[in-house]
Design a protein around this ligand. Structure first.
Ligand code: 13P
Length: 250
């Protein structure tokens, strides 16, 4: 399966920074397009930077873009929300949902993540549904149970045509410089694949990304691990060189 190398830019930078970063990625990717044979490239800027990224990628389909969240509602009186249909209208292809930062700081429950995923699928966006255990849950031996429960309750009902992506992001690895070992990642990703098989006939085709301190120096090992179909990258996605080094590692 072709890997997906996805950058989650989180809440960083200005419009000018976003424009410059995507231009840098495109300029460095164009002479080195062999990398695109083994991976797809996605960037997920903040909502307000999406138009600049859209403009900068115009005509260059190799760099796809998406958002970091969407509304659980279709449209109407939901002050402050950005709907999945609006993202589609702005040419987004993907939307990250249920990131642990949204679960932690915005109280998003599995039920809300599931609702958002349904809205995303209705608008023909590919949801990237994030799951992952905290350090405490891992220490208590509950990592598998937590991740499976998150999946069971966050996954929308799926038909044979729906495309989804799962991101396994152990919370203790995000922004900490700690990563899951290749063996832990293999184990968890295989478990996730098994759970997906209960929800869709296409479980083998679902990309399961690893996220959490993925960097150029650890990407090759993680991305060569069984059932690791790409990366969801935070910090290292803000530098074109680092982000593309991870793509090359795939
Ligand atoms: P870092 O790569 O900065 O650890 O962030 C990972 C992440 O949260 C991606 O969604």
């Amino acid at each position: 399966m072709k890997k997906l190398i996805a950058g989650n830019w989180k809440t960083n930078g200005s419009v000018d920074d976003a424009r410059a970063l995507v231009a840098d990625i495109i300029n460095k990717l164009e002479p080195d397009e062999a990398v695109l044979e083994s991976c797809d490239i996605l960037v997920c800027p903040p909502f307000l930077h999406i138009p600049a990224v859209r403009h900068a990628t115009h005509g260059y389909v190799a760099v796809q873009f998406g958002a970091q969240d969407c509304s659980a509602y279709e449209s109407g009186a939901y002050t402050g929300d950005v709907s999945a249909a609006m993202l589609k209208d702005s040419s987004c292809s993907y939307v990250i949902l249920g990131h642990s930062e949204r679960r932690q700081y915005h109280g998003e429950t599995n039920a809300v993540v599931q609702q958002k995923a349904e809205r995303a699928l209705e608008s023909d966006l590919i949801p990237i549904i994030c799951v992952g255990e905290t350090e405490e849950e891992r220490e208590q031996g509950k990592a598998e149970e937590v991740v499976i429960a998150q999946l069971q309750h966050s996954l929308p009902p799926l038909n044979d045509f729906h495309q989804i992506v799962i991101a396994y992001e152990p919370v203790w690895a995000i922004g900490t410089g700690k990563t899951a070992s290749a063996e832990d990642a293999r184990h968890m990703h295989t478990l996730i694949r098994g759970e997906l098989a209960k929800h869709t006939k296409n479980a083998e085709k679902v990309r399961i990304l690893y996220g959490g301190s993925m960097k150029p120096d650890n990407a090759a090992e993680l991305l060569a691990t069984e059932n690791v179909d790409g990366g969801l990258i935070g910090g290292a996605s803000l530098k074109a060189d680092q982000f593309l080094a991870i793509a090359r590692a795939a």
